[in-house]
Design a protein around this ligand. Structure first.
Ligand code: ADP
Length: 453
C-alpha cells in the first residue's frame, strides 16, 4: 500500500515536472516568434521614418527648384529643363545617402527614438505572453552587455537563449543582438498551471487522506481484534471457574454422606449459589454491553435520589470490601441529590465503579464516596488508594475491552467492559465521567449528573 502510494505521488510529481518544462519551452518558443515580429516591426518603422525624412528633403528641394524667387518665370529653354531634372536626381541621392548614413549609425542611436519595451510588450501580448520581462543589447563579439534595462540582470541577458538580431535586412550584419529575460518565469508558469497544480495537489492530498484513513482503520482493527481475543480469553477464564465449582459441588451433592450432613450440604449449596450469581453477573454485564452496542437501550426515567442509589451500591459492595480488610467512607455533602434517571442502570454504574475501586486496591481497600452540588449538577466522586492509572491510559480505559496491561492477566478479573458501560450510561443521562489518577497513587472517578429541574 505504501509502495502504491509512493508510486502514485511519484507519477504525479513527474507529470507536474513535465508540464512545467513543456510550458517553459512553449513560452520561450512563442516569445521567440514575438521577438522576430518585433525586429521586423522596428525595421519597418525605421524605414518609414527614413522615407518620410527623404520626402521632406525632396519637397524642400522641389520647393527650392520650383518655388525659387524666379519660379513664376516660365522655363522655356532646354538648359533650364536639364537644370530641374538634375536637381531632382540630386535630391534622390541625398535621401539614399541619408538612409545609408542612418544605417551605419550606432545601434543604440538607431533604437533610441523608439520605446523598445512597449513594442516588445505589444508583440508579446498579441501572442498571449503577459509575463514581466527585461531586455538588453548584447555585443556578441565581445560577449558583453551594451545596454540593459535592469543592470542586475546583465549576466542573465548575456546568456539568455531568447534573443533576436536587430535590423535583419541591413547589408552588413551587426554584431549586436537584443536579448530578453523573464525574471519571474517560474512564478508565471506556476500561475498559468495553477488549475492543473491545484488538481494534482488535491489528488495527492486525497490519496494521502485515503491512505492514512486505511492505515488508521487497519491499526484500529488490529487493536480491536487483539482486545477481542483478550476478552474471549478472560471470559473463558471467568466462566470456566464458576462452572467448574458448580459442577464439582453438584457432583458432590450426589454423595449420600454429604447429603446427610446438613452443614456440608449447605456449604456446597452456598458455593453453587455464589458461583451462580457470579455467572449471572457476568452474563448481565455482557448483555448490558450488547444492548448498548445497538444503541437501542431504553432508559426508564423517573425521579431518582442518588444518595439512596449510592447507599444500596455501597451495601452490596460492603461484604467484598470487608472481606479484603478494607473500609469505605461516605461523605454526602450534596443538598440536592434528585435527578431524572434510570435507577437500575445508575445502580449498575456505581456498582461497577465501587467494584473497580475494590478490585484495583492492592492490600486493604480504602474507598471514599463524596457527593456535592455544583450549580445544576450533583458531583459524585469515588476515590481509592489503589494501583492508580497512568496518564496515557486515562482516555483509553473508557474504550470497550480495554484493560491496562497489568490488569490484562487473570490476577485481577474483568472483561474491560465496566467503564465503557459507565461512560455510555452517564452520557445517556446527559452527564459526564472523568478520572484523576496517577500510577501507584490511587484514582478518583468523578461522575457529574444534571439535577432534576
Ligand atoms: P475491568 O475492570 O473488567 O478490567 P473496566 O472497564 O471496568 O474493566 O476497567 C478498565 C481498566 O481500567 C481496568 O482493567 C483497569 O486496568 C483500569 N481501572 C478501572 N478502574 C480502576 C481503578 N479504580 N484503579 C486502577 N485501575 C482501574
Amino acid at each position: 500500500m505504501t509502495i502504491a502510494m509512493i508510486s502514485l505521488i511519484a507519477v504525479q510529481m513527474y507529470w507536474i515536472n513535465s508540464a512545467f518544462s513543456i510550458k517553459n519551452e512553449e513560452l520561450l518558443r512563442t516569445a521567440s516568434i514575438a521577438l522576430q515580429s518585433f525586429a521586423l516591426k522596428l525595421e519597418k518603422q525605421e524605414t518609414l521614418q527614413a522615407i518620410k525624412s527623404s520626402k521632406e528633403l525632396h519637397k524642400n528641394i522641389k520647393d527650392s527648384v520650383f518655388k525659387s524667387p524666379r519660379s513664376n518665370q516660365r522655363y522655356t529653354t532646354n538648359n533650364q529643363k536639364i537644370n530641374k531634372e538634375s536637381k531632382i536626381l540630386e535630391s534622390n541621392d541625398i535621401a539614399e545617402s541619408y538612409l545609408i548614413a542612418l544605417k551605419s549609425e550606432g545601434i543604440i542611436k538607431r533604437i533610441s527614438d523608439y520605446n523598445i519595451h512597449k513594442i516588445i510588450q505589444s508583440e508579446f501580448s498579441k501572442l498571449g505572453i503577459l509575463a514581466p520581462f527585461y531586455w538588453g543589447l548584447v555585443d556578441t563579439k565581445k560577449s558583453n552587455i551594451v545596454y540593459a534595462e535592469h543592470s542586475v540582470f546583465s549576466e542573465e541577458l548575456i546568456h539568455s537563449m531568447l534573443y533576436v538580431q536587430l535590423f535583419p535586412h541591413d547589408i552588413l550584419a551587426s554584431n549586436y543582438r537584443l536579448s530578453v529575460i523573464f525574471p519571474e518565469i517560474q512564478a508565471y508558469i506556476i500561475d498559468s498551471l495553477s488549475i492543473f497544480l491545484l488538481g494534482s495537489a488535491a489528488c495527492i492530498l486525497l490519496i494521502m487522506g485515503i491512505f492514512s484513513i486505511s492505515i488508521s482503520s487497519l491499526l484500529k482493527q488490529k487493536k480491536l481484534s487483539k482486545m477481542k481475543a483478550d476478552f474471549i480469553d478472560n471470559m473463558t477464564h471467568e466462566f470456566q471457574t464458576p462452572l467448574a465449582t458448580i459442577s464439582l459441588a453438584s457432583e458432590a451433592l450426589r454423595d449420600q454422606e454429604i447429603l446427610e450432613s446438613e452443614l456440608t450440604r449447605n456449604r456446597f449449596l452456598d458455593a453453587i449459589h455464589k458461583e451462580n450469581s457470579r455467572l449471572s453477573k457476568h452474563v448481565d454485564l455482557i448483555l448490558q454491553i450488547a444492548t448498548l452496542e445497538d444503541k437501542s437501550i431504553p432508559l426508564i426515567l423517573e425521579s431518582v435520589n442518588m444518595h439512596e442509589i449510592l447507599e444500596i451500591a455501597i451495601d452490596k459492595q460492603l461484604i467484598n470490601i470487608r472481606n479484603k480488610g478494607g473500609k469505605i467512607n461516605s461523605v454526602f455533602l450534596a443538598n440536592h441529590s434528585t435527578i431524572h434517571g434510570d435507577s437500575h442502570h445508575l445502580f449498575n454504574v456505581f456498582t461497577n465503579l465501587l467494584d473497580n475501586a475494590c478490585k484495583f486496591s492492592k492490600d486493604f481497600p480504602d474507598i471514599t464516596i463524596k457527593t456535592e452540588n455544583t450549580k445544576f449538577d450533583i458531583l459524585i466522586q469515588i476515590s481509592d488508594k489503589g494501583i492508580g492509572i497512568k496518564k496515557e491510559d486515562h482516555k483509553k480505559i473508557f474504550d470497550r475491552f480495554y484493560r491496562v496491561i497489568t490488569s490484562n492477566r487473570h490476577d485481577v478479573k474483568g472483561f474491560g467492559l465496566g467503564l465503557s458501560y459507565v461512560h455510555s450510561i452517564v452520557t445517556m443521562h446527559k452527564g459526564s465521567v472523568s478520572i484523576q489518577s496517577h500510577a501507584k497513587n490511587g484514582s478518583t472517578f468523578s461522575v457529574k449528573l444534571p439535577l432534576e429541574q
